[in-house]
Each structure stands twice: as structure tokens, then as C-alpha cells.
Design a protein around this ligand. Structure first.
Ligand code: CTP
Length: 320
């Protein structure tokens, strides 16, 4: 028997999916369809999938092409499935051309021409706006953010603000954004959310300007340099029903979240003590580590080590 396998999210089933499944089925005798789990989609940046895993499985079943449906739960599962189920052919749409060549070691890999003019993303856009994001700051960290954002659905990085227009222009060109500006008012008029990656001591000012302009804010850590400023910013955001989020990526890492769940489940007993450290060898005069400008290494790094402590033991400390 010639076994074929394919994978996908299959959100808001459309004729592109049906075309793909039909042709996949025709390539063999038995078609297995892997539908991505909700957590796997979140992990790979598909943040705005509309239908639940069960609905999406029902979608695939309703096409009548799948002989078997499985759930794709983790990175690397494809090799495991192919070996376990003795798959002869792996099939995927041409939008993935080349990406799965590594599977050729295990079975045939076929890229089928994607149906033009339709996608789940396009269907979702009818009901949900794409969040247009502008970046304040155009340094090293901002660059990483643009790169990563390409993996996230439902958002688009539109442009960049920097008081130094030459630097903003350069960033715009390099990252292929729509605009660069040194005028904050113009900047806010072109976006709906802001990512702040400017020097630490400027965070608070930009946060407040953005909130006052009615924009949601994601700001690099440390959010501000004092407790009062942080409280002010959160109070204001709450009052205006705007999102204000500190960009501590570790807090959202699947492995970190899993560790917290395990620890909270009591698996290792009652937690009495947490030791966390973050050390870094740096050369030169790093802006973020300068006490006079940014508050030094405590402001730069301590959020990472405080994170497991706060998450597991809470914030009601007796002594600091
Ligand atoms: N597919 C296709 N033609 C389309 C859309 C999808 O052939 N117009 C294929 C994909 O290449 C993949 C399978 O259908 O092999 C499932 O893809 P999925 O990611 O669920 O579909 P998309 O509509 O591309 O979803 P999204 O917009 O969320 O990325």
C-alpha cells in the first residue's frame, strides 16, 4: 500500500485545502492528514487561528479525502510519523517549496502547486484587522524583532521612528518597511501598536506618548527605570483600555511555561527556595549596562532571574 501524508492547520476550510487534499489522495492508496494542535500553532507564531483543533479536524474529515487524521503536536514530529507509519510520500503545498527537503532521507517529498487567490489568512482578514506595528528605535534588538515577526500571523511591521532620521531611513531600507520618520505624531497616525526598543531611559517617555495617542504598547525590558513610572504607565493603560506589555520573551517561551506548570503541579514538592542566575561576558562599553544611563546590569538582566521567583513565589515579599 502506498501511504501518503500531509500536514496543515486547515483553519476555515477553503477550496485551496480541498484541492490540495484531493491531489494528495490521488498520489497513493491511503491518505493521512496531520492537523496542527492549538499549542503547536501558537508556538510557531500562528496566533490568530480561528477554529479549534476539533473543528479543524472535522473540516478535514468532511472533505472525505482523509483515511486517517492525526494531530501534529511538536517540531520534529514529521520524521517520527513517517517512520512509525511507514509513509511513502510526504505532500505539502508549494508555499513550502524546499523547506521539507530534509525528509527526502525518509520518503518521497512532493510539493503541489498552491491554489492561487485563497488562504486562511485572507479569510481571517475579512473579520479581523491585521495589527499594524511601528517600531521606536532602530538598533540591534529592533532588527531581531522584525525578523521574528515574519513568523507571526496577524501582524505587520509598517515603519520605524527614530529622532535620528538617517538611522531610521537606513533601518527602513534594510528591513524593507513602508516608512521611516522622526516625527512622533506622524508615526502614531500610521500604526495601531508600538514596539519600543529605544535606550532604557527613554522608555517611559515613549510609553506615555504612545498610550496618549491611543496605541497599544509592547516595550523592551526594563519597562521603565522606577516603580512610580511603571505604576503610572500601567494605570494609564488600564484606564484607556490599552495593552501595555513588557517584552520579556522568556515569560512566553513554551519550555518556561511548561516548567512553571510542572513546578506548580507539586511534582517536585513544595517550593521553598529558587536560585537563578544570569551571567554574561561583555566586551566594551555596552549602553544597556551603564549605570549612569540605563541603571546598569540589574535593570538590564534581573528581570530574567526574578521571573521564575515572582511566578512561583509571588510578589508578597517580606524583605528585599
Ligand atoms: N494550501 C494550498 N493552497 C492554498 C492554501 C493552502 O495548496 N491556497 C495548502 C498548503 O500549502 C498546505 C495545506 O494547504 O499544504 C494546509 O495549509 P494551511 O496552512 O492550513 O492553509 P493556508 O490557507 O495557507 O493557511 P494560513 O493562511 O493560515 O497560512
Amino acid at each position: 500500500m502506498n501511504k501518503v501524508i500531509t500536514y496543515g492547520t486547515f483553519d476555515l476550510l477553503h477550496y485551496g485545502h480541498i484541492n490540495l487534499l484531493k491531489r494528495a489522495k490521488a498520489l497513493g492508496d491511503y491518505l493521512i492528514v496531520g492537523v496542527t494542535s492549538d499549542s503547536y500553532d501558537l508556538e510557531r507564531g500562528k496566533l490568530n487561528v480561528q477554529q479549534s483543533l476539533l473543528q479543524r479536524i472535522d473540516n478535514v474529515r468532511a472533505t472525505g479525502f482523509a483515511d486517517e487524521i492525526i494531530v501534529e503536536e511538536f517540531e520534529g514530529q514529521k520524521i517520527f510519523d513517517i517512520q512509525k507509519m511507514g509513509i511513502n510520500t510526504f505532500v505539502i503545498g508549494s508555499d513550502w517549496e524546499g523547506k521539507f527537503d530534509y525528509l527526502k532521507e525518509y520518503c518521497d517529498v512532493v510539493y503541489l502547486e498552491r491554489t492561487r487567490g485563497i488562504s486562511s489568512t485572507a479569510l481571517r482578514q475579512k473579520d479581523y484587522d491585521i495589527v499594524s506595528i511601528g517600531i521606536i528605535g532602530s538598533g540591534r534588538i529592533a532588527k531581531r524583532f522584525v525578523k521574528e515577526s515574519k513568523y507571526v500571523s496577524g501582524v505587520n511591521i509598517e515603519g520605524v521612528f527614530n529622532p535620528n532620521i538617517t538611522s531610521a531611513q537606513k533601518f527602513k531600507e534594510q528591513e524593507e518597511l513602508q516608512f521611516a520618520t522622526d516625527d512622533l505624531k506622524d508615526f502614531f497616525s500610521m500604526i495601531s501598536a508600538v514596539y519600543i526598543a529605544s535606550p532604557h531611559q527613554t522608555h517611559f517617555g515613549y510609553i506615555m506618548e504612545a498610550l496618549k495617542a491611543g496605541k497599544h504598547v509592547l516595550c523592551e525590558k526594563p519597562l521603565t527605570l522606577t516603580k512610580q513610572e511603571t505604576m503610572l504607565a500601567y494605570d494609564y493603560a488600564r484606564k484607556e483600555k490599552l495593552v501595555l506589555l513588557e517584552a520579556i520573551k522568556t515569560a512566553y517561551c513554551p519550555a518556561f511555561k511548561h516548567m512553571l506548570l510542572l513546578a506548580k503541579s507539586g511534582r517536585i514538592g513544595n517550593i521553598k527556595d529558587i536560585e537563578a542566575s544570569f551571567t554574561k561576558l561583555v566586551a566594551g562599553n555596552i549602553r544597556e549596562l551603564r549605570v549612569d544611563m540605563s541603571g546598569g546590569s540589574i535593570n538590564e538582566l534581573s528581570s530574567y532571574v526574578l521571573l521564575p521567583i515572582v511566578k512561583l513565589l509571588g510578589t508578597e515579599y517580606k524583605k528585599l
